[in-house]
Design a protein around this ligand. Structure first.
Ligand SMILES: [Zn+2]
Length: 261
């Protein structure tokens, strides 16, 4: 039976959903989480997509625009370097730490994340166990030959007069290793995310509104393969009807509670 924070079965206390969440975690041997912007807003990283978020004022730069327009590329690097200052100051919050504690206990096998802030890694999860489906913001690469370029170098080139970086090897366009709207999903990461989803017994969606496809298909795969599906998000998601448990609650305090941190 599905219960939500706002629609609990009769006769259960206000925290019936929390008890049920705790039970699912303690009964599980192999947890995979799928995290989105909602877990990092509690670390002060803005959710671009939320109402009043950055993308209401600065609409996202589509991949095709990035490729076609030098000004779009400049704007993209400006945003990148201003965002970097916010990320540099951010530290993992209660939600990240609760996930990390499940990992430390050996229960949590992998974190699939839409975030590019690296906070799961800072919280103690090995790089190999964090699957970044929207890419990585800590380096750049050539879109033609995939040669890596360090951000320090891009920053130096860009700093004075906003000169755009080009690939040393082939002269191609250089972009951060993140995935923009309209850009294909990274094949290796999607394959790893699917494998993790198919091999868990509990799949936790945390702080994602599950509207960005195809990443949002991953929870459905887990459910179809027999995992229990829990969605913890402040707002309803299109996957709520498929979930075994939905909690529309604050993320950090909920995860801290159910993992007894
Ligand atoms: Zn190149």
């Amino acid at each position: 039976m599905r219960r939500t924070a706002h629609g609990m079965a009769k006769g259960r206390g206000m925290s019936g959903d929390l008890d049920e969440f705790s039970k699912l975690i303690s009964n599980s041997q192999s947890i995979v989480t799928f995290t989105g912007a909602g877990i990092s807003t509690e670390s002060g990283i803005p959710d671009f997509r939320s109402p009043g978020g950055l993308w209401e004022k600065n609409r996202p730069i589509e991949f095709s625009e990035f490729m076609q327009s030098e000004e779009a590329r400049r704007e993209s690097w400006r945003r990148k370097f201003s965002m970097e200052q916010i990320i540099a100051k951010a530290t993992p919050n209660k939600g990240h730490m609760a996930i990390s504690s499940l990992y430390g206990q050996g229960k949590l096998k992998a974190v699939i994340t839409q975030n590019i802030d690296g906070l799961h890694q800072v919280s103690g999860i090995e790089d190999d166990d964090v699957i970044e489906v929207h890419g990585n913001t800590t380096y750049a690469k050539c879109l033609d030959c995939a040669t890596r370029m360090e951000l320090e170098i891009v920053r130096e080139i860009f700093a004075n007069d906003e000169t755009l970086p080009v690939c040393d090897r082939c002269g191609g366009i250089v972009k951060t290793a993140t995935i923009s709207f309209g850009q294909p999903m990274p094949v290796a990461e999607m394959r790893r995310a699917s494998a993790a989803a198919l091999n868990c017994d509990l799949f936790l969606v945390i702080g994602s509104s599950l509207v960005v496809y195809p990443a949002a298909d991953i929870p459905k795969m887990a459910k179809q393969a027999g995992a229990q599906l829990v969605i913890l998000n402040r707002e309803p998601t299109p996957m709520d009807d498929h979930a075994d448990l939905v909690l529309n609650r604050e993320i950090g305090e909920t995860l801290a509670f159910v993992t007894k941190l």
